[in-house]
Every structure is written in C-alpha cells, then in structure tokens.
Design a protein around this ligand. Structure first.
Ligand SMILES: Cc1cc2nc3c(=O)[nH]c(=O)nc-3n(C[C@H](O)[C@H](O)[C@H](O)COP(=O)(O)OP(=O)(O)OC[C@H]3O[C@@H](n4cnc5c(N)ncnc54)[C@H](O)[C@@H]3O)c2cc1C
Length: 477
C-alpha cells in the first residue's frame, strides 16, 4: 500500500535528537505543514528546529494526491451563505496566495518536484449548483468559468473551472526544502511543558512551539478532540487510462477525484469517517469505477490517507489556546492540506514575528459560531457511542469463527479483544481501547488496521500506533 510518491522518491534521512538544544521556535511534525512553517520562519531569520516522530512526510503528506489549489470542492456559494462575503473572500485570497507562494518558492529555489500549472475543476450533475458556484467564485475575485466539456468520462452537467492552479510531487518538494532546515527524525515530542519539549533522548527549549502534528495530541487546553473528526479516503494509480490535463473533483459524498502524474492517472474517493468501515471494499469500489470509466486501465498502486474535518470546514491555524500564548497550531485541513499548509506557514510566520496578517481572524482556532453546534453535537454523539460501545455492546464473533484475513472485536475469556486472523491462520490479539480517550476501536478490513471512530487514531494488527492523535500503541498479546 505504498503511494506513487513513496515509490518514486527517496528523501535524505536525518539524525535523532540526542541531548538538549535551545532555539527560537520548535515545530513538532515534519509533514507539509511543519516543513513549510519551519521554512518560512527560517527565511524570516527565526531559528527553528523540527522534531519528527517518524520520518519527513511519513504522515498524511506521503499519501496525498498533491493538487495545489484554492478550489476546495464546490464551496464558494455555501461559504458565502454561511460566513459572509468578506470572510469567504479572505479564505479564497489566503489559499490563492498559497498557490502562488508554492510556485514562487519552487522557481526561486530551483526545486525539481514535477510542478506543473493546471486548471482545477469541480463537476456536478446539478445545473443550478454549477451556475451559483461559478457566480459566487467570480464575486470572490476568482477568474472562474462555467464549462460544459470535461475530459474525464463522468456523467455531469458541467464543471466550474479555476485557472492557474498546480500539481506537483509532494515528497520531492519536501525533501528539497528539508535539506536547508534543522530536523530531527525518529524524535517524538513526548511531553510539552510551557517552553520545553521533551523527547526520548533529549529536549528542546524554545520561545515558541508549533504543533504541526496533523491532529494535535495535547487534549487540554485546546479541546481539538471535541472540535474535529477524521475522514479517510482511498486512491488508486491507473496505467493505460489515457492522459488528462486538468485536476478534477466531484461534488457530493460519493464524488471522485482525478489528476495525472506522469503516466499514471490518480483516481481517489470512497471516503468514510475513520473507524466506520466495517464492511470494507473501498479499493474495490474505486477499481469498479476505474473499470467503467477507463476499461483499458490497470492498477499500478493503491493507498489511502485521512484528514481532520472541523465543524465549519475551515482549518484551525493560530494560537493553540488562550492560556498558552507561546503555542501555535495548524490543523483541520479537510483534505485541502497542500494550500492550507502554506496558508499555515505564512500565517504562523507572521504571528510569531508579530506582523499583522489580514487572514488571521478567518482561521483563528479561538473562533466559535452557532452553525458549529449541530456538527459538534453529531461528532460528540459519535464519540459517546464509541466510548459506551465497549461497555454495553456484546461482540458477536468468537476467535474460532473468524475467517482467515479478517479482524473483529471478539469475546475472550478475559473480556473483549480485537483479533485479526492472518491468511496463514496466525492470530493477532490487541486491546480494543484507544489510548487517546478510551473509545472502542473498530477493524478496517481495507487497511487491516484498528481505527478509532471518535478521533481517528489508527493502529496496526500488532497494536503499533500508525496515526494520531494517540501517541502510543495498544497492548498486544
Ligand atoms: C486521500 C487524500 C488525498 C488528498 N489530496 C489532497 C490534494 O490533492 N490537495 C490538497 O491540498 N490536500 C490533499 N489532501 C490533504 C493533505 O494531504 C493533508 O491535509 C496534508 O498532507 C496534511 O499535512 P500535515 O503536515 O498537516 O500532516 P502530516 O503529513 O500527517 O504530518 C504530521 C507529522 O507529524 C508527526 N507527528 C505526529 N505526532 C508527533 C509527535 N508527538 N512528535 C513529533 N512528530 C509527530 C507525524 O509523524 C507526521 O509526520 C488529501 C488528503 C487525503 C486523505
């Protein structure tokens, strides 16, 4: 399950932190958000150290589809309705500035990362929606147009086009920027106290701390666990599917995403809330779509990723919490983390350098609006369900009844356990309680992982942590 980016790029490796260091800023997390933030800070003359629990880009960034665009689906019309024109304008401007900043950095630094300027398109079957969206985008200053022709053979009434967007190879880009930064890999931040970040074999003392860990792992203060959930989507890379020049995304829940990378057409979709994929079959769903749309094609690679979704669909970028003035956060990118990571980097650089940034109110984590309440209640309800399930719901499976290649929560003599039986019949048994906040994990048959339905942490069949917010594994017997 390796992405096309991992298959086509080797990033230089960096040492683990041993000992204690001091710096102006420490950035925790070396995904797109962390590396870009460190880069912008260094460019502004601020000494920055990056700590990465795994290796550079090994979180969601290595599994993105890497479209750099301010077109975040079919969003302009509804954004204006919910947040007003001024906020919508700023959101679009911040993201469009991010697209241009990518192009500027790549040109100035001569980074070979397969950048190509492309138009972005959102397609829909609803005529009225398309018209409204094109008009709304134009009213926000985008040179958008409503078009009828579409290169991908999906059935739709048309597309809204944003010109001058871009696509690239995310790991080649990260690798090039990383060479100019001070980075420690295999160095998780295990404890953060005011201005001190502890790691297994050292510590970093810094004036400011940036959490760029995808999902913030400190629950209090901030309460990010109560304000976001995670959604997982799947990607297949197709050979012999022909070539497209644009970058496409459909409107609505079952929509598909398309972009070209060299001879591969990347087809994405089959999304679900993390922890809610009991029946599996997500890759099959994409393969079925590929069979219909591109009958000559074959699958060269498959992978998946997840992202954090905020209630109002706007990222949280800015101060972590009112009582931690020196902590900053960048999260909640709702599957548009390439442009949002650059927005984060520019915004956090300005905030740390005490320069007024015109977009800070839009992304301020301290914001709260009434329209968030229904979403918060829905997410809260899911979390409560995930928490109570382990006490009240009796599992129906037993270890013996489990088919090879399957996993399930089963009853054992010692109580509930998560059991996976490999194709060879080996049994892997783990605790099913998420160490983050105690929800019951659920088996994801497509990724063979234990996923948390509350906040999206994931673990492999031996209990090792794969994705946060949980920072530790689950007991494995
Ligand atoms: C299927 C899919 C396709 C997507 N395609 C696009 C796209 O085309 N365009 C777009 O704009 N966006 C896209 N996105 C979204 C985008 O990929 C993500 O938003 C983005 O990669 C997130 O970057 P990040 O730096 O926030 O997180 P990550 O890349 O996950 O980086 C966080 C890092 O923090 C590290 N970390 C965690 N805890 C600690 C700790 N305690 N100490 C040290 N390090 C720690 C992790 O190991 C990780 O490396 C897509 C998302 C999905 C799910």
């Amino acid at each position: 399950m390796e992405s096309i980016w991992c298959k086509t790029c080797d990033i230089k490796r960096y040492p683990e932190l041993e000992g204690n260091v001091k710096t102006d800023v420490v950035v925790i997390g070396a995904g797109m958000a962390g590396i870009l933030t460190a880069w912008q800070l260094e460019q502004a003359g601020v000494h920055t150290v990056v700590l990465e629990a795994d290796t550079i880009g090994a979180g969601q960034t290595q599994n993105t589809t890497a479209k750099i665009t301010s077109q975040h689906g079919m969003f302009c019309h509804s954004f204006i309705e919910k947040k007003g024109k001024e906020t919508a304008e700023k959101y679009v401007q911040a993201n469009q500035a991010a697209v241009e900043e990518y192009k500027r950095i790549m040109k100035e630094q001569e980074i070979a990362c397969d950048l190509s300027e492309r138009d972005a398109y959102v397609y829909s079957g609803e005529e009225e929606k398309l018209r409204q969206e094109a008009e709304a985008a134009q009213s926000l200053g985008i040179d958008a147009s409503l078009e009828r022709q579409i290169e991908v053979p999906v059935s739709c009434a048309g597309v809204v086009r944003f010109p001058g967007q871009a696509q690239f190879h995310p790991l080649k880009f990260l690798g090039a920027l990383a060479e100019k930064l001070k980075i420690y890999e295999h160095t998780p931040a295990t404890e953060v106290n005011e201005n001190l970040v502890k790691t297994p074999r050292g510590s970093v003392k810094a004036d400011k701390i940036v959490f760029a860990t995808h999902f913030p792992f400190i629950n209090f203060p901030g309460l990010y666990f109560a304000r976001m959930h995670q959604e997982r989507s799947y990607v297949i890379a197709l050979e012999n599917a022909g070539k497209i020049s644009g970058m496409y995304i459909g409107d609505g829940e079952n929509s598909l995403s398309f972009r070209q990378y060299e001879n591969y057409l990347l087809l994405g979709g089959a999304a679900h809330r993390t922890g809610e994929n009991r029946t599996g079959g997500r890759y099959e769903k994409l393969k079925e779509a590929a069979g219909k749309l591109f009958p000559q094609s074959s699958v060269a690679a498959c992978w998946s990723a997840q992202d954090c979704i905020t209630a109002d669909k706007i990222p949280f970028i800015g101060p972590y919490a009112a009582d931690r003035p020196n902590w900053f956060v960048a999260t909640g990118f709702q599957k548009w983390g390439m442009s949002s990571s650059m927005v984060s980097a520019m915004l956090l650089r300005d905030q740390i350098c005490e320069i007024r940034n015109p977009f800070e109110e839009v992304f301020a984590p301290s914001r709260f609006s009434m329209e968030e309440i229904p979403q918060l209640m829905k997410d809260g309800g899911k979390a409560v369900k995930g928490l109570t399930k382990r006490f009240f719901h009796l599992p129906s499976e037993t270890v013996n009844a489990l088919e090879p290649g399957h996993g399930a929560v089963v009853e054992t003599p010692l109580g509930k356990a998560g059991v996976y039986k490999s194709e060879k019949g080996e049994v892997f048994q783990v605790d099913v309680v998420c160490p983050h906040m105690g929800c019951e994990l659920s088996w994801n048959p497509d990724e063979r992982s234990w996923d948390c339905p509350c906040h999206g942490s994931r673990f492999d069949c031996e209990g090792n942590p794969m994705e946060g917010p949980a920072q530790e594994g689950i007991p494995y017997e």
